[in-house]
Ligand binder design. Structure first.
Ligand SMILES: Cc1ncc(COP(=O)(O)O)c(C=O)c1O
Length: 408
């Protein structure tokens, strides 16, 4: 059977993320990998999880193993509504839908709002999962460059004006304001306020994706856009993947009641309901206060890894290479001199069993060839020390060769 020619128009543009393909290689145990943005499995509370699962099956197995409501487990939704309210986003359970991870949230929101060709504002570089969801629904992604304070709103304002002259306006802007994947950069308060202002002026929605916000090692938390939103214009995505465990696949969306009802219709056709056992686990862990304590200890341990990777970079990376110094999250973003290719460096690194992700995959139009993402979340200290030292060695050599050809 030849399926070519039978795929729907929207499926023709679907392609696997290069980054996902690349993970297969990095799973080999001797590889010193800074590629996957995974939480560290050593922080998973295995024994406690096992105890809670046993308790759940004994005490409420007939519900925990059953289908549940499409909007999600009511206790969990009430818990999350309270959590959001405490974080400055007044909510009731009617403002919350549970999703199978925030990635499903992105998919459902794209399904709900995008017609083919609709303009969508995205950060450049941006999170591949978000970019992919928009692409799969044939959204027309409009990348706006980032600087140290997040998406550059002055460039966005020019873009919006230009779009308006063409009779277009974006449906939504997709933003990861805290410790962004892939750069580790956080959007300043001023930028968040300006973003809300532009969204109002040009009448678009903001999707605020915040899976890393609670993993802050330094600096003061910055108000979410959703908490400053007076018009229900911001739709917020949360997740237990980084603060607890990703395998339960539990995320949530906060939005006005009408949007939540539409999302429930969209989700019904996708999977009927989210993981019942996972939701009940999340509820038990979260409502007992366990997750809050866990996040504090996680944050301290991720800080150690981040500090170690930064100090190894300071020691080993050559002059001319720069990198971000995140205040939280999982990622450091490295920029090589203009004209150098991070993919070439990656091939050399792989030969020495070191891996990272070159940056071009985070750019809509294949730009950013001289950039790379380094995740410090998963690797152990020994691999961080050895891997960064090896990369430093390779970089010194490559940079010397690059400078030589440039001056020739
Ligand atoms: C910015 C961002 N959003 C969403 C996700 C997906 O998270 P979840 O496991 O909740 O689907 C990730 C995962 O890496 C991410 O980095």
């Amino acid at each position: 059977m030849n399926f070519e020619g039978l795929y729907a128009d929207r499926a023709k543009c679907m392609k696997t993320s290069e980054i996902r393909e690349f993970f297969k290689l990095t799973e080999e145990p001797d590889v010193m990998s800074f590629a996957g943005g995974f939480p560290s499995a050593e922080f998973f509370p295995m024994e406690k999880v096992s105890e809670v699962i046993t308790g759940l099956i004994d005490e409420e197995g007939k519900y925990a193993l059953q289908y549940g409501p499409t909007e999600g487990n009511l206790d969990l939704r009430k818990y999350l509504a309270h959590k959001m309210t405490v974080e400055g986003i007044p909510s009731t359970e009617d403002n919350i839908i549970i999703t199978n991870g925030s990635q499903q949230g992105m998919d459902l929101l794209s399904k709900l709002f995008l017609n083919p060709g609709d303009a969508v504002i995205v950060e450049e570089p941006g999170y591949v999962g978000g970019l992919g969801a928009i692409y799969n629904y044939q959204g027309d992604r409009m990348p706006i460059p980032m600087d140290k304070d997040g998406i550059q709103v002055d460039i966005l304002a020019l873009k919006l004006r230009k779009l308006k002259m063409e009779g277009r306006s974006p449906k939504f802007a997709y933003l990861v304001p805290n410790f962004q994947n892939p750069t580790g950069i956080s959007m300043s308060l001023e930028r968040r306020q300006q973003m809300l202002q532009l969204a109002k002026e040009y009448n678009f929605i903001i999707l605020e994706d915040n899976p890393y916000g609670e993993i802050r090692f330094e600096g003061e938390p910055i108000q979410s856009m959703k908490s400053m939103d007076t018009e229900d214009r911001v739709i917020y995505l949360g997740s237990f993947s980084k603060t607890f465990i990703p395998g339960i696949r539990v995320g949530w969306i906060v939005a006005n009641e009408g949007v939540i009802q539409k999302l429930a219709c969209a989700k019904q056709a996708t999977d009927l309901c989210s993981n019942s056992l996972g939701q009940r686990m999340a509820y038990r862990f979260a409502s007992s206060g366990y997750i809050d304590t866990h996040v504090s200890s996680l944050t301290a341990r991720y800080k150690e890894k981040c500090d170690l990777m930064l100090s190894c970079m300071d020691k080993h990376f050559p002059e001319g290479v720069t990198w971000t110094r995140p205040e939280g999250g999982f990622f450091i973003w490295v920029t090589l001199p203009e004209g150098m290719n991070a993919r070439d460096l990656l091939y050399k690194a792989i030969e020495r069993r070191v891996a990272f992700v070159d940056g071009a995959g985070f750019f809509v139009n294949g730009n950013g060839k001289n950039t790379a993402r380094f995740a410090f979340s998963e690797a152990c200290p020994d691999k961080i020390r050895r891997g960064i030292a090896i990369l430093g060695e390779i970089m010194h050599k490559e940079l010397a060769a690059f400078n030589k050809t440039k001056s020739a």
